[in-house]
Write a protein that binds this ligand. Sequence first.
Ligand SMILES: Cc1cc2nc3c(=O)[nH]c(=O)nc-3n(C[C@H](O)[C@H](O)[C@H](O)COP(=O)(O)O)c2cc1C
Length: 282
Amino acid sequence: MTVELAGLTLPSPVLVASGCGGTGRELAAYAPLADLGGFVTRSLTLNARLGGPQPRIVETPSGLVHAVGLPNPGLEPFLATELPWLVQHGARVVVSIAGSSLGEYAELARRLGSAPGVSAIEVNLSSPDASAAGVFDVREPFHAASVVSAVQRDLPRGVPVLAKLRSDPVRVVESARTVLEAGAAAVVVGNALPAAMPDGRAAGLSGPAIRPLALRCVADVCAALPGAQVVGVGGILGVDDARSFLAAGATAVQVGTALLHDPTAAARLAAALHHDSEETAS
Ligand SMILES: Cc1cc2nc3c(=O)[nH]c(=O)nc-3n(C[C@H](O)[C@H](O)[C@H](O)COP(=O)(O)O)c2cc1C
């Protein structure tokens, strides 16, 4: 079941969501990454980040609250080790980026855009704990557009930009319109919702708890912007969840939290949707 997303031909509409598939090695032990639509890396910053203090992840009745603080090896080690490994294993690599300034976003785009094997850039415009994590705090749609413009300007042609927004039902259509006008090829809706750890630290809420809200946002964006390509993400666990997002108009879906308790979740969904498409075709 191939899909066309942002000018790319993907073998499946199911991708791994940023930050939820480790370096890829953690998932490849269970199913080939090449069978998925794509692997979105954890958000990468220019310099290495250790991440926030423990505890970083706490279970809630219907999801996870997390304040991981965007731990990542930084650009150079990623280019030297993680990217070649993913490419070698057949993954279509979407590199998520986060910066503390417009200049950092632009520098990441410039370097990654010329790295062999990078299929697309996903710009994280919706970190639920941005201030705590020390990344550019995108509060208004025009902030998001500035970041996308800066990334576009320094990215070689042919590498599409996906803009990752928050599932905020009040602002999501306006945000989507603004980033698409700034040059994003597709929008990803959406990130973890702003929440708090039990000790009050800024955090994100993910998992089934946010699915209805994410679905509402995807449906609203697809209805308001009929030509837009939308990737739905938020609480997708089973194939019926994925079907709901696709029926609402999403071109593709990403699986996040589900992978943390079932590393085969994305591969299972990809296989089930492939089966759906074969049934429709016959
Ligand atoms: C442990 C963890 C780490 C995450 N790290 C990132 C990240 O680095 N960048 C990003 O854009 N989103 C990150 N996310 C958000 C997910 O990519 C996804 O947008 C969100 O969790 C909603 O989807 P889900 O309910 O399927 O997990 C993270 C989520 C979790 C649970």
